[in-house]
Ligand binder design. Structure first.
Ligand SMILES: [Mg+2]
Length: 342
């Protein structure tokens, strides 16, 4: 990973990317607990459950306008209830690559993404276009789309589990994002998500402090973007994530403020506001997010990773309907549940 990182770093800096934050070493600001299989399994099942619950209503309006809120797994995309989509499929591709290669190997990741490509359910345009370029032989560090979609963040959780040091998580999350999203905000979102998963899985508290720490790790990386809901104001993911703490316990206001679309500036802060509101109540977090409207499966998959990393699989299981665990990826998750465990 180090060789790939040094090469890419020089090339991107020559293009004007600000990677100064990577000069400052990162360490956990608490005594980290060893990773357990339960936390890994919890994280991966959390992704799959959120994804499968949210997928049937992706892109629909929120529950206040919908006739019946979602409460259980439903069929979607002409597939049976519990079928996972791109969020889980690509998360498991990243996890399998880490487990087999023993590091973040961008070339191996590309091979796996291309193999999974034809089977992906509901992949976003940025990922699809990058896969097309990669399939035609484009270099992995050049193929990514210039998109701040949430496709890079949604599959980053395994990076936070696999690597022990926050510095390594940050570099690996950068590289895994770049393969499909050549965009500083998308890269920042992958890093923040992976660091937060790593923090929670190692016993860090589920509070806004974790988010502030992860945001500081990408300081200066982003260039401000105009968002569709605040056209006159340029924002960064880091700036929006600093506002999340103010929306704890007020999910509908968070959804109105941040919005819930596939733009990572919308879905990541909205998911974070709901998770931080009830980190001990996974059923409430999942149901609030899958009924929020917009990119429901990815928001619930992001929060699912945090819930599972924080609670571990036993608590997550005891506090959610058992029917939710009938996800199509269950056997594969069991197979890779030793990811990063010593
Ligand atoms: Mg999806």
């Amino acid at each position: 990973m180090e060789t790939a990182w040094q090469q890419v770093r020089r090339a991107l800096e020559a293009e004007g990317w600000n990677l100064d934050a990577f000069e400052r070493p990162l360490s956990w600001p608490f005594e980290p607990r060893p990773l357990t299989v339960g936390r890994v399994r919890g994280t991966l099942f959390g992704v799959a459950i959120g994804d499968a619950l949210g997928a049937p209503v992706e892109g629909r309006p929120g529950s206040r306008r919908a006739a019946a809120p979602v409460r259980r797994l439903l069929p979607h995309h002409e597939r049976p209830a519990g079928t996972v989509t791109d969020d889980t499929q690509l998360t498991l591709a990243v996890a399998s690559s880490l487990l087999e290669r023993g590091t973040l190997d961008p070339e191996d990741l590309v091979r796996r993404f291309l193999r999974t490509g034809p089977e992906l359910v509901g992949a976003g345009w940025a990922t699809r276009q990058a896969l097309e370029r990669l399939g035609r032989g484009a270099a992995w560090w050049l193929a990514g789309s210039a998109s701040a979609g949430n496709g890079a963040a949604m599959r980053a959780a395994p990076v936070g589990l696999f690597f022990e040091s926050p510095d390594a998580i940050r570099r690996a999350a950068f590289l895994q994002a770049l393969v499909t999203h050549r965009d500083p905000t998308a890269v920042a979102s992958s890093i923040v998500h992976a660091l937060w998963v790593g923090w929670l899985a190692r016993g860090g508290p589920a509070d806004a402090g974790a988010l502030a720490w992860a945001v500081a790790a990408v300081d200066g990386l982003e260039r401000p973007l105009a968002t569709r809901h605040r056209k006159r104001r340029s924002v960064t993911l880091a700036g929006l994530l600093r506002e999340v703490g103010g929306f704890q316990g007020r999910p509908q206001e968070a959804f109105e403020h941040f919005r819930t679309g596939a733009f990572v500036l919308e879905s990541l802060p909205s998911a974070a506001a709901v998770f931080l509101s009830h980190p001990e109540e996974p059923e409430a977090v999942f149901l609030t997010l899958v009924n929020a409207g917009g990119d429901t499966d990815t928001m619930a998959a992001l929060a699912g990773a945090w819930l599972g990393a924080y609670l571990g699989d036993r608590k997550l299981r005891s506090r959610t309907p058992s029917e939710w665990w009938q996800v199509s990826a269950a056997a594969e998750i069991e197979r890779i549940s030793r990811l990063g465990v010593a």
